[in-house]
Structures are given as C-alpha cells and as structure tokens.
Design a protein around this ligand. Structure first.
Ligand code: GLV
Ligand code: GLV
Length: 321
C-alpha cells in the first residue's frame, strides 16, 4: 500500500482545505485526541505524521509506524511530547512551530498577568454571585503594573521577548533569566539577572522556557520561597516546570500573591485544590489559541511535511537536545 500522511487530530479548516494538493492518501483522526490503540493503528505505514502535544511520540510510536516514516510534525513550539533522540536514531525528522505563535502566546500571557494582578476573574465570579455590592475604595484592590512593578521573564526566547515588549509598553521594569546571556547584560531594554535575583525582586514571574531535564521543577519549593510573598507566578509554558505540590500550599498559606496557569503537571487533569483558591486564574492551555495563529501553526506543520517528502530541508526542524 502507498504510505500515507497521518494527521492525528482535525486541524483548522484552512489547513484541512490545504490538504487537497498533498499528493498522498490522508488518514485523519477526530477533533478529540485519538485513543492510543487507534493512534498506533492509524500511523502504521505512514510516510509522515502530524501530531499535537496530546500525542506521545516514543519508541512504541515509531515501531508501530514502521521504517518508512520520514517526518513527525508537531503542531506546537514545545516538543516535550516527542522523544527526539529516538527519532534521530531512526532517521525521522521532527519539526515544531516556532515563530508563528509568539504574539498570540505573549498576548494571552499578558491577559493572564492582568487577570490575576487586577483580579478580573475573581471580580467576575463576585458579580455573578449576586451578592450585593457598591463601589468602594477598598474593594478588589490589586497590583498596579504601571507603577514601577517588575516583571521577571524566565526564558528570553521568542515568546519571552514578545512578553517583554508588552511589559515595556506598561512601563514595567523587565528582568530576564536566560542561560544564553550573563547577569548584567542588556537585551532590548531587558536586564539579564540570575534566577535567584529575578525571583527575589520580581512582582510578577512569567515562565517561557521549554520543558526539558534542566527545567523540570525549576520552580520548586526553594524557588517559590525566594519570591516575594506578594508576587504572582504566570505559567503559559509547560506544567512540569512548576512543582505543583509546592505551589499549592504557598498559594493557600499566603506565601505567594497568586498564580495564573495555562498548563498543569497532570494535564488535562487539574489538581482540584487549585480550583478552590481565589488568587489563581486557570486556563485550559489556550495561550496560542488565536484563530490566525492556529492556522499558521497547522500550515507550518504541513509545510514541514511537504519539505521532507519532496527531499528538502524541513524549514523548522527541531535540533535534538
Ligand atoms: C503549545 O503549548 C505549544 O507548545 O505550541
Ligand atoms: C520559547 O520560549 C521560544 O524560545 O520560542
């Protein structure tokens, strides 16, 4: 049989329409993630696979696919769902979607920063509760971002820099920690700091690193203890970067001002205790969910597939770490 293009989940309409000219049979999953058995069945014999962060791509996946598999295109910039070393051993190209989602992700990160510091979601819950209220000078008071608040960005990559630009427009002082720069360096008006200094001086700490060995539980009990008791933690990166079992008591006991989380350690499960905390904003991993951005992510994944199948260099191949 002719090797096919396997697409694990229904992509955006624009991307699905672009498949007309792809030149090989296409097997597409549903909008929901495929069950593991179905995934392994449908990828068997594929020349190319388009997956999302809900699909684990490991030795079992490659065994099921077979040796004719040439490329796995992830519809995400993060690729911690893929065993890239295993892919490299088997000569399979892995691609991701850097660049096209920076602004959407930074926009949503800023929405989360504003939501948690100015208590937008808590205030909405309050109004909906029907409890009588009237304006008061002490009601639902939050943090003034524009009065010299400091934002600490962990990971000054494309997304981190896009968040920095927004923070600068709010007149915030912006610090960043990134292993590519040395403390004291200035990058686009952002002051590079050690992680310890950033944690100790920031009013808002926002995470923009990929999840990998070096960043798993980067924000652990000790890191949280370094933060100001009034500070806010924002995570629109990956749940595993934060030790939730340390975060939850810190939030509950007033050792941290609040948190806005778009990703979770046990995703899609959310620790039920998080949902009981007023000072937490919870989002279902939607930071890149702009309509145009999602089209661009899906189209970039398909362009990578076309690149590899026509013998070209994939335009955004992942370099194995
Ligand atoms: C989404 O989380 C992505 O990595 O693109
Ligand atoms: C992510 O943080 C990136 O560097 O694009």
């Amino acid at each position: 049989t002719t090797p096919h293009l396997y697409i694990a989940r229904t992509l955006t309409d624009v991307a699905m329409a672009s498949l007309a000219d792809v030149g090989l049979p296409v097997v597409t999953g549903d909008e929901a993630p495929p069950e593991r058995d179905r995934l392994l069945h449908d990828v068997a014999g594929a020349a190319a696979a388009v997956v999302t962060l809900t699909e684990r791509v490991d030795a079992e996946f490659f065994d099921a696919a077979g040796p004719q598999l040439r490329v796995v295109a992830n519809v995400a910039v993060g690729y911690d769902n893929i065993d890239v070393a295993e892919a490299a051993r088997r000569g399979v190209v892995v691609t991701n979607t850097p660049g096209v989602l920076d602004d959407a992700t930074a926009d949503h990160t800023f929405a989360m920063i504003l939501a948690v510091t100015r208590r937008v979601v808590e205030a909405d819950r309050f109004v909906r509760s029907g409890e009588p209220w009237i304006w008061g000078p002490r009601m639902l008071v939050g943090l003034d971002l524009s009065a010299g608040a400091t934002l600490g960005i962990v990971g000054l990559g494309r997304i981190g820099r896009a968040v920095a630009r927004r923070a600068q427009a709010f007149s915030m002082t912006v610090l960043a920690h990134d292993p590519h720069y040395a403390p004291g360096d200035k990058v686009d008006g952002v002051t590079i700091a050690s992680l310890d200094d950033l944690l100790a001086t920031s009013d808002v700490v926002s995470l923009h690193v990929p999840l990998m060995e070096a960043t798993r539980h980067l924000i652990d009990e000790a890191a949280l203890a370094r933060m100001k008791p009034t500070a806010y933690l924002i995570n629109a990166a990956r749940g595993g970067i934060v030790d939730e079992s340390a975060l939850i008591p810190a939030l509950r006991d007033g050792r941290l001002g609040g948190a806005a989380l778009d990703t979770f350690e046990g995703e899609p499960k959310v620790n039920p205790e998080l949902a009981t905390l007023e000072n937490v904003v919870l989002q279902p991993h939607i930071a890149s969910a702009g309509g145009r951005t999602r089209d661009r992510m899906c189209l970039l994944a398909l362009d990578n597939v076309r690149d590899v199948l026509t013998g070209r260099e994939a335009r955004t191949a992942v370099i194995p770490r």
